[in-house]
Design a protein around this ligand. Structure first.
Ligand SMILES: [Zn+2]
Length: 313
């Protein structure tokens, strides 16, 4: 089960969060992999998206905000667009658009910043936003002040938090085909003179974490291993219905509505040619398949249609 843990350090103005996306992340991967048109993402793209989802979850959970947080990288390499969207209630989804092959071992810069024109936007789209009102958007640089490209998503977000939010942040992210995980420490505006030392000590402890540990250890073991000498104040973890979970707005009813909009002639032509009609969700990759009988039902006169299995949203 995917989970999000929050904690504070007693006596030090530092807060931390740990996210482990398991079932939610696997659903993201499976939908894409099952799409007969696209197939699975190349491993470096999947890893980047998993890291973006873990980062987005950590970021949104620290905000007093209702709505969606989007991390969007518009790339100038083989990955044209990578998007991770996390709602403040921790529903999440991710997608990527590819324009070329991504070799194994490709770095972040290889994928999205080949010519130095890649951009990463952080958008907060408030649920209360009025039509015509723009969502808040910040830009996260993909290169440091020294002109060197950041090695990974974690470095990009750390830099962004420091520059835009004035929050000293330590972020570690990792993803494989089972788990997308992240650990974040943030320094609260502290009053104590000696809090520099606390911050440095806690960051050093956190940085000793290895990728395999972040991916493989459960939250209890991981936090104990890193911070067993510290006094940790833990909050109840968010998991299950309250925790990070996959959600997309697509549905079979929406796909059916789209086909009706396309028109009977067009849909029957595709059916004739391919034996079935497939509609894929642009965001999560979920494919809905309509065979000859389904197509008959789609365009049958209203009176003979069976009741809709789900209502449109
Ligand atoms: Zn979808």
């Amino acid at each position: 089960m995917s989970e999000l843990h929050s904690f504070m350090f007693e006596g030090a103005p530092v807060r931390g969060r740990l996210v482990r996306l398991t079932d939610a992340w696997q659903q993201v991967l499976q939908r894409r992999a099952a799409n007969s048109r696209t197939g699975a993402w190349p491993p470096p793209v999947a890893e980047m998206l998993g890291q973006m989802l873990a980062a987005g979850t950590l970021m949104v959970s620290g905000l007093k905000f209702e709505g969606a947080l989007l991390l969007q990288i518009a790339g100038d390499g083989p990955v044209r667009l990578a998007v991770a969207e996390v709602q403040s209630d921790l529903r999440l989804r991710a997608t990527a658009t590819l324009a070329g092959s991504v070799p194994p071992g490709a770095t972040l810069a290889d994928m999205v910043n080949v010519h130095g024109r890649g951009r990463c936007a952080v958008t907060l789209d408030a649920a209360s936003r009025q039509p015509g009102q723009q969502p808040y958007q910040g830009v996260a640089a993909l290169r440091g002040a020294d002109g060197q490209p950041f090695a990974d998503v974690a470095a990009v977000i750390e830099h962004y938090m420091r520059q835009s939010e004035q929050l000293e942040t330590m972020l570690m992210l990792a993803a494989d085909e089972q788990v997308a995980a992240g650990l974040m420490l943030q320094r609260m505006p502290g009053k104590r003179e000696d809090s520099d030392e606390d911050w440095r000590r806690l960051v050093t402890l956190a940085r000793s974490l290895k990728r395999e540990e972040l991916l493989g250890l459960d939250a209890e073991t991981l936090l104990h291993r890193l911070f067993w000498q510290e006094k940790l104040l833990r909050f109840a973890p968010l998991e299950g219905e309250e925790g990070p979970r996959f959600a997309c707005t697509c549905s079979r009813a929406r796909a059916a509505q789209m086909l009706r909009g396309l028109g009977e002639e067009e849909v029957r032509a595709v059916l004739h040619e391919r034996g079935q009609v497939e509609v894929g969700c642009e965001f999560c990759g979920q494919q809905e398949r309509f065979d000859a009988v389904d197509v008959e039902c789609l365009f049958a006169p209203a009176a003979t249609q069976p009741p809709a299995p789900e209502t449109l949203q």
